[in-house]
Design a protein around this ligand. Structure first.
Ligand code: ADP
Length: 200
């Protein structure tokens, strides 16, 4: 609950003015999907491509943030909610700062993703569903997590012992079992151009 004597201060410079000096708009490019669906891989290549085009980006992903800001957060549905809420608030600050924010979190619950969507203006939350059958994710298993989850060694593992709620109407779907990493990145870049967030 906000303290009643803490009053919001309106700043003179707007987010649009901050972004304008960079030659692109700011937004949150929010990757969601199962573990090993390819969120981090595509997000990192996307950030690299944007940086090489001279764009100001910042990336956050699930494991890194749990080493710092969210190191006291677990994996229960309640903790996942708080994890995403904090990430959303931080992403919002970066949007205010004029940055293209890229996030890669499983974010399994629709309500939590919609909470973040509601933090920023219309068009500033771009939900990218990294879609991949769980059988392919489990086969990829780059961190050996599916193996452990299926052996019952990890509780509350998305897709195995906790649900993943598919996005209903995401801005983009990248089918990582059908497209190459480069094709997935190109799809996001084309979308950003089509919305005038970045220039051609
Ligand atoms: P997540 O961040 O969703 O947990 P990662 O990006 O860490 O997933 O792992 C995805 C794995 O799938 C990586 O080993 C990556 O090389 C592989 N992969 C294969 N094809 C693709 C693709 N088209 N897009 C993304 N990742 C892919």
């Amino acid at each position: 609950m906000a303290e009643k004597n803490v009053v919001w201060h309106a700043h003179k410079l707007t987010r649009q003015e901050r972004a304008a000096i960079k030659g692109h708009q700011s937004c949150i490019i929010w990757f969601t999907g199962l573990s090993a669906s390819g969120k981090s891989t595509v997000a990192n290549e996307l950030e690299y491509a944007l940086n090489k085009k001279g764009m100001h980006t910042y990336i956050r992903d699930g494991d890194n943030i749990r080493h710092g800001l969210n190191k006291n957060i677990g994996f229960s549905a309640e903790d996942r909610k708080e994890n995403i809420r904090r990430i959303g608030e931080v992403a919002k600050l970066f949007v205010d700062a004029g940055v293209l924010v890229i996030t890669a979190f499983i974010s399994p619950f629709k309500e939590d993703r919609d909470t973040v969507r509601g933090l920023v203006n219309a068009g500033e939350f771009i939900e990218v569903y990294a879609k991949c059958p769980i059988s392919v994710c489990a086969e990829r298993d780059p961190k050996g997590l599916y193996k452990k989850a299926m052996a019952g060694e990890i509780k509350e593992f998305t897709g195995i012992s906790q649900p993943y709620e598919e996005p209903v109407n995401p801005e983009l779907v990248v089918e990582t079992d059908k497209l190459s990493v480069e094709e997935c990145v190109d799809k996001v870049l084309a979308y950003l151009k089509s919305k005038d967030i970045i220039k051609g």
